[in-house]
Design a protein around this ligand. Structure first.
Ligand SMILES: Nc1ncnc2c1ncn2[C@@H]1O[C@H](COP(=O)(O)OP(=O)(O)OP(=O)(O)O)[C@@H](O)[C@H]1O
Ligand SMILES: [Mg+2]
Length: 385
């Protein structure tokens, strides 16, 4: 195993929570499952908490439905592809909406407030679209499962966030958003309040534009929701403590192109900018260097000769063979440009990070990663197994 992979394996071994973050579509869900697979093979009881995995991947992980309990990946599935895990692997799909509901259930001071919130028409909207609710619910679920203590390692996949702050700061941001002065202005009783005593005129005026039903719902929602703040704040502090302690580490997943690398570096800075918090970078979908540069400079005749009478060349006359060889060389040259660009970007990333922080590379596979077998290919690339 290469030093980088060894360092990463040691990191995975030493943590109880690993959070995979990164921009949309870079491979967070894939990487989370791969880290889980590795740890399960090494003997840990692992739970992979995924968010919106591709259907086929969900199937191969045995995930039945959103919000269902963690489901184990049966031993036979591993054995089919020649693996014999020393530990176990469970997977579960996070249901943000459900998690947020259970948060309300937990923190509402009484049945009335609970009902008022859950039945409120605006709650549906707020619980799914207010900045940070999804991330909050994910962090909350992670905390709950961590406290239950059934797993040695929980790997948390994260939603595609527009920037890194969303995830780590979601708990505080959510509380702040609802508790903001503008919101207070709306629901706190008093002369300055829009919905407090003596505001009939304002409501009447606003109603013309927004509909009185909306105003009433908003007022009811915010009043009931305000009862949750204390619980939310306490819980947010605990979640943050877990995510910033030695128990947890973050793994930044990125594509190896310039734009994504910049975003990944931004994530790194926002997560604290040091490798005690961010344990590793995974550069995913790296174009491999197939052909050495000197070979790309070969005349196409030599490529044609090298191809000899392979299947590919069968049935082509001499000039077609020459054209075919040219096409292959041009194609390989173009591919090499991509490979070189990837390498440059990864070098730029390495130059900006501490030497001891492992940067792992996963090649661009010609197929999607939708099965345990596919995950195992990625695992081999990351852990150099
Ligand atoms: N190294 C790779 N080679 C080829 N395909 C890959 C590779 N890594 C991931 N994929 C495929 O790319 C797609 C996106 O990967 P994945 O779902 O893991 O990304 P994500 O970061 O979780 O996306 P989202 O932000 O939408 O949640 C999937 O179809 C996956 O199978
Ligand atoms: Mg995903």
């Amino acid at each position: 195993m290469q030093a980088r992979s060894q360092d990463f394996a040691a990191l995975v071994k030493s943590r109880q929570v690993i959070v995979c973050v990164g921009s949309g579509g870079v491979g967070k869900t894939t990487t989370s499952a791969v880290i889980g697979l590795h740890a399960a093979l090494e003997g840990k009881r692992v739970l992979v908490l995924t968010i919106d995995p591709a259907k086929r991947l969900a199937n191969s992980l045995g995930i039945q439905a959103i919000g269902s309990d963690p489901s184990p990946i049966p031993l036979e599935r591993f054995e089919e592809i020649g693996l014999s895990p020393k530990g176990t692997m469970h997977a579960m799909m996070l249901d943000m909406k459900h998690s947020f509901d259970s948060l309300v259930q937990q923190h509402a001071p009484d049945e009335d407030s609970k009902r008022n919130i859950l039945q409120n028409k605006l709650y549906q909207y707020f619980s799914t679209s207010l900045a940070g609710t999804q991330e909050y619910a994910a962090a909350e679920k992670l905390y709950e499962l961590y406290m239950q203590g059934d797993y040695d390692l929980i790997v948390l996949d994260t939603p595609p966030t527009s920037h890194a702050l969303d995830f780590l700061e979601a708990p505080n941001r959510l509380v702040e958003a609802i508790n903001s002065r503008a919101m207070q202005f709306l629901y706190k009783p008093g002369r300055a309040s829009l919905l407090g005593v003596g505001t009939g005129y304002v409501i009447k005026t606003l109603s013309k534009f927004t509909g009185s039903e909306l105003i009433n719902e908003l007022s009811g929602f915010l009043k009931a929701f305000s009862t949750l703040f204390k619980g939310f704040q306490e819980r947010a502090a605990k979640v943050r403590e877990l995510l910033t302690s030695d128990v947890s580490t973050f793994c930044v997943v990125t594509a190896p192109n310039a734009g994504n690398i910049d975003e990944a570096l931004y994530f790194y800075e926002k997560l604290g900018g040091d490798h005690t918090r961010v344990g590793a970078f995974i550069t995913n979908r790296v174009h491999p260097s197939w052909v050495p540069h000197e070979e790309l400079a070969m005349p196409s005749m030599r490529i044609s000769a090298a191809l000899g009478d392979t299947m590919l060349m069968e049935g082509l006359d001499a000039s077609e063979q020459k054209q075919f060889a040219k096409n292959i060389r041009n194609n390989a040259s173009d591919f090499q440009v991509l490979a070189d660009l990837d390498r440059e970007s990864i070098q730029r990333l390495a130059d900006k990070l501490p030497k001891e922080l492992p940067i792992l590379q996963v090649p661009y596979f010609s197929h999607d990663i939708h099965s345990l077998r596919g995950l195992n290919h990625v695992r081999k690339a990351i852990f150099q197994d």
